[in-house]
Design a protein. Structure first.
Length: 119
């Protein structure tokens, strides 16, 4: 599947859709006006662009995702680790934790993720 790139404003708008989907285009106009101070035309332009990128679909005024938020960010995270750390998740975690102490809860959650991935 082709990589989908989003600018910062597109990502904020995509998050609005993911939080509310399925959502009507009329509701999106209201949400974008309130959260992004967009006009109707801007909302439709950006929505059309995101649909063209294959992220969302607009069927009869109902907007739904073709790619979930989790899948989208998982792909981008994987690409970042691949490009920056030669695909090494341990190298990424070592770099991340060198600047930030993990809480007990974060450590527990990471251990659970590792256990699930190993199954």
């Amino acid at each position: 599947m082709a990589e989908i790139q989003l600018g910062a404003v597109e990502a904020r708008f995509a998050d609005i859709i993911w939080e509310r989907e399925p959502v009507t285009s009329a509701e999106l106009i209201k949400l974008a006006a309130a959260k992004l101070t967009w006009k109707r035309t801007t909302t439709y332009t950006v929505l059309h662009r995101l649909c063209d990128k294959g992220l969302f679909q607009n069927n009869n005024g109902i907007v739904t995702s073709l790619v979930s938020r989790q899948e989208f960010y998982a792909r981008h995270s994987k690409k970042y680790v691949d490009e920056t750390f030669a695909g090494s998740l341990p190298a990424f975690l070592a770099a991340f934790t060198s600047e930030k102490k993990l809480t007990y809860e974060e450590i527990t959650e990471i251990r659970e993720l590792i256990d699930k991935a190993g199954e």
